[in-house]
Structure formats: structure tokens, C-alpha cells
Design a binder for this molecule. Structure first.
Ligand SMILES: Cc1ncc(COP(=O)(O)O)c(C=O)c1O
Length: 462
């Protein structure tokens, strides 16, 4: 088992009968006694564990190598390392990060087909052998700087139906794959397998089937050239929340038969994947507070919309995180975010067409263009769920606005289960367990005031 000796990370226990949402409410309550109503996250590490158990059930033959780029928070990495996940790193810094928490090199794939030479050397000097490529130039760089590398040929997919396309930038065609394998033979570098990525936010599971079939072709080409290929890497692209058209199990229900057909288990091919979004999206909830507000009356508004005219005003809210911070996902990840009111509105409360803006001085910094909301006030809070993927990882501090603090939480049953997995690995008994059964919170739902003592949380270092 990995030991975690470096920088400890802290999380708070969620007491029995409470949920991550209650901790969030508690933080908001605490903030109400001060002027500091900074944006913050609550991240439920138990949700990561839940996702892992779900992965094991749905894709038992596929070992996850979590894509660090998606969210490189140490607490997430340590949780996943404790669960036995491997890691997909895109750079030297990501390799250093996962190695700093005790992850051994064989659990790392350097999955960036275009690497800087100095970073290839770093991988070579630090025992990281698995790395992807998709061009002749990369092959030559690796042959010169990391002759013991175990190369994985990244092939292109038809990711035209994915939300974020990747094959426009990476991946060899089948024809090019043969040329590359021949060149690898000449250069005497070892090609051990094939990888692909169907695009992040995959909406068509058939893309996986075609990519797995193509990978089979490349394995056959490799065999003709006397390569002993033993690794298939099916990449990422799996959904991280339930508010998507294509559910995780619908995708895995298509992947499994394709793996059985093209890579039956008796061939002994090791199958890995590089999920990012899947593991972290739903664990993170972001709370932002309204720092400024503008009422736009009919005369000022440029809107021709009849409904706006009926209400006679629209509202603009300015909150303390924006597209230069966590909401960069709107620009880079094509995300559509939906605000949730922290305070339940009164029944029949009038709704106004509203827009929500980030705190910077840039007009681009708009989070929500139009949403019907009751009238809100400075100091009110808005919540955004499913904010764990491609948010904090790419957030800047443009205009001097700091990234939100992340409060990590976990229920005791989740913690105990995680310890059990860390010490004994995954037994069939563990696989049957479901942390979904942790009692739900009621304090915020019923409107009962938060009792701080009941929700008091102990800080624990893993
Ligand atoms: C090489 C590679 N692997 C894995 C991922 C993670 O993808 P996802 O978050 O869709 O699972 C990405 C995302 O860009 C990637 O580029």
C-alpha cells in the first residue's frame, strides 16, 4: 500500500445524519457573522469513493488512471491513491505532484503525446516509463532521451459528437499508425500498447466501440512487426454528474461487450482508462455570494423581450467568482452552469429575468446570461453543483481575485471504508458496499436552524 508522508491534507467529518450540504450551510452561517463572504467550495471525498465503487462495478476489467489535469487538488489525489487508482499526468509538474504523495512510477502514465525534451528526461530519471506518442518526431525524441520508455500509440477517434474534442489535436490515423510502428521498430523503441480519447463529454458510446475496434487493428499491426503489445488505454470521456443525456452505465454497457469482443480476457491485455471528470465533477459544490447588484429598468434595458417589459425590470447580480476563476469551465469546458438559491424562495415570489456576472472588470466575465430568479440582495448566496471538473484546476487570480477555499468533508462510514480499502485492497465484500446509504441531511431541507455543535466537525489528516 502507498504511504502518505508528505503535506497532510485536512478534511472534516460529516456527523451522522448530516451531509456535505449541511457543512456548506454551516460555513454560510459562520460567514454571516463576518464581512468576509468569500466564495468557497465544499468537496465531499466520500463522493469520490462512491464513484470508485461504481467504476469497479461497471468496468471491472478496467483500471482507472485518474487524469490529474481535471482537478489536481492534493486531497483528491491522495484519496484516489488510497483507493489504488493510477494517474494520467500531462507534464513534469503533474508527475512531481503525484510522486510527492508516494505514487510509484508504474502507476503513472505520461499521457501527453507532445512532450518537451527536458520533461521526457525528467520522466526517464524518475522511473516513469509509460508514455504516449502519435508522431515520428516524438518517437525520435523518446528514442534519444528515454530509450527504456514503454510507448503507447495514441490513435485518433471520431470525437465529432463530444463536447470537448481532442482528436483535432492528437491521435494517429490507422494508416499513420502502421508507419509509426515501422519507424519505432527501426529506432528500437518499445511500443507496448494503444491509447485513445473519445473526447471529453462523450455523447455517443459507439465512438468507444469504433475506437476499441481500431485499437485491435493497431495491436494486429504491432504483432506483425513483432511488438509484444499488452496495454490498452481507453482514455476518458465519462460523465461526472447525472445531469447528462448519456449516463455512465449506458456507456459502460457498450464498452464491456466491445472489450470482450476485441480484447477477450484470455489475451492477457491490461486495460486502463484515464477518467477525469467522472471522478470529481459531482464532489464539488461552489458557494458564491452576491457582492453587487444593478436593477435595469425598462428604459435602460436594450431588451426587446416582451416578458422583461411586463416585469418592468431585469436584474444584474455580481458574485465573487467568475469566468477568470472557477467558471473558466464556461469558456474552456463548454459548461452551462445553473444557480441554486441557498435560501428557499417564498411561495409565489415574483421572478425576474436576471443575469449573473463575475467580479472582474471584464465584460466577458458573465456566468449566466439569463435566469429567472426572485429578487436577491447583496450578501445572499448562490450555489453551483457539479463544479469539480476543469474548474479550480484552470482558475486564475486575474484582477486579484483569489481562488475559493476548498473545505473537504467525508462521512465516517466513507472514511472507514476508505481505510479498509487502503489496508486490505478491494474485496468483493467492499465492492458490494454503497456509501449512498449514509443517512441524508435534513437540517437545511426542513428549514431547522443549524445547530453548530451537532454539525461540529473533527479535522483529520490522512
Ligand atoms: C489525454 C487525456 N486523458 C484523459 C483526459 C480526461 O478526460 P475526461 O475528463 O473527459 O475523463 C483528458 C482530458 O482532456 C486528456 O486529454
Amino acid at each position: 500500500m502507498n504511504s502518505f508522508t508528505n503535506d497532510e491534507f485536512e478534511f472534516s467529518f460529516i456527523e451522522e445524519g448530516f451531509s456535505a450540504r449541511d457543512i456548506l450551510e454551516q460555513k454560510i452561517n459562520e460567514a454571516s457573522f463576518s464581512d468576509d463572504k468569500d466564495a468557497f467550495y465544499v468537496a465531499d471525498l466520500g463522493d469520490i469513493l462512491k464513484k470508485h465503487l461504481r467504476w469497479l462495478r461497471a468496468l471491472p476489467q478496467v483500471t482507472p488512471f485518474y487524469a490529474v489535469k481535471c482537478n489536481d487538488s492534493k486531497a483528491i489525489l491522495k484519496t484516489l491513491a488510497a483507493l489504488g487508482s493510477g494517474f494520467d499526468c500531462a507534464s513534469k509538474t503533474e508527475i512531481q505532484l503525484v510522486q510527492s504523495i508516494g505514487v510509484p512510477p508504474e502507476k503513472i502514465i505520461y499521457a501527453n503525446p507532445c512532450k518537451q525534451v527536458s520533461q521526457i528526461k525528467y520522466a526517464a530519471n524518475n522511473g516513469v516509463q509509460m508514455m504516449t506518442f502519435d508522431s515520428e518526431v516524438e518517437l525520435m525524441k523518446v528514442a534519444r532521451n528515454h530509450p527504456n520508455a514503454k510507448l503507447v500509440l495514441r490513435i485518433a477517434t471520431d470525437d465529432s459528437k463530444a463536447i470537448c474534442r481532442l482528436s483535432v489535436k492528437f491521435g494517429a490515423t490507422l494508416k499513420t499508425s502502421r508507419v509509426l510502428l515501422e519507424r519505432a521498430r527501426e529506432l528500437n523503441v518499445d511500443v507496448v500498447g494503444v491509447s485513445f480519447h473519445v473526447g471529453s463529454g462523450c455523447t455517443d458510446p459507439q465512438t468507444f466501440v469504433q475506437a476499441i475496434a481500431d485499437a485491435r487493428c493497431v495491436f494486429d499491426m504491432g504483432a506483425e512487426l513483432n511488438f509484444n503489445m499488452y496495454l490498452l488505454d481507453i482514455g476518458g470521456g465519462f460523465p461526472g454528474s447525472e445531469d447528462v443525456r448519456l449516463k455512465f452505465e449506458e456507456i459502460t454497457g457498450v464498452i464491456n461487450p466491445a472489450l470482450d469482443k476485441y480484447f477477450p480476457s484470455d489475451l492477457g491485455v491490461k486495460i486502463i482508462a484515464e477518467p477525469g471528470r467522472y471522478y470529481v465533477a459531482s464532489a464539488f459544490t461552489l458557494a458564491v455570494s452576491i457582492i453587487a447588484k444593478k436593477v435595469v429598468t425598462k428604459e435602460q434595458s436594450s431588451s426587446d423581450d416582451e416578458e422583461d417589459s411586463i416585469n418592468n425590470k431585469t436584474l444584474m447580480y455580481y458574485v465573487n467568482d467568475g469566468v477568470y476563476g472557477s467558471f473558466n469551465c464556461i469558456l474552456y469546458d463548454h459548461a452551462h452552469v445553473k444557480p441554486i438559491l441557498q435560501k428557499k424562495p417564498k411561495q409565489d415570489e415574483h421572478l425576474y429575468s436576471s443575469s449573473i456576472w463575475g467580479p472582474t472588470c471584464d465584460g466577458l466575465d458573465r456566468i449566466v446570461e439569463r435566469f429567472d430568479l426572485p429578487e436577491l440582495h447583496v450578501g445572499d448566496w448562490l450555489l453551483f453543483e457539479n463544479m469539480g471538473a476543469y474548474t479550480v484546476a484552470a482558475a486564475s487570480t486575474f484582477n486579484g481575485f483569489q481562488r475559493p477555499t476548498i473545505y473537504y468533508v467525508m462521512s465516517r462510514p466513507a472514511w472507514q471504508l476508505m481505510q479498509q480499502i487502503k489496508e486490505q485492497g478491494i474485496s468483493s465484500e467492499v465492492e458490494e458496499q454503497d456509501v449512498c446509504t449514509v443517512p441524508l441531511s435534513c437540517a437545511w431541507e426542513s428549514g431547522i436552524g443549524q445547530h453548530t455543535a451537532t454539525c461540529a466537525s473533527a479535522s483529520v489528516n490522512i
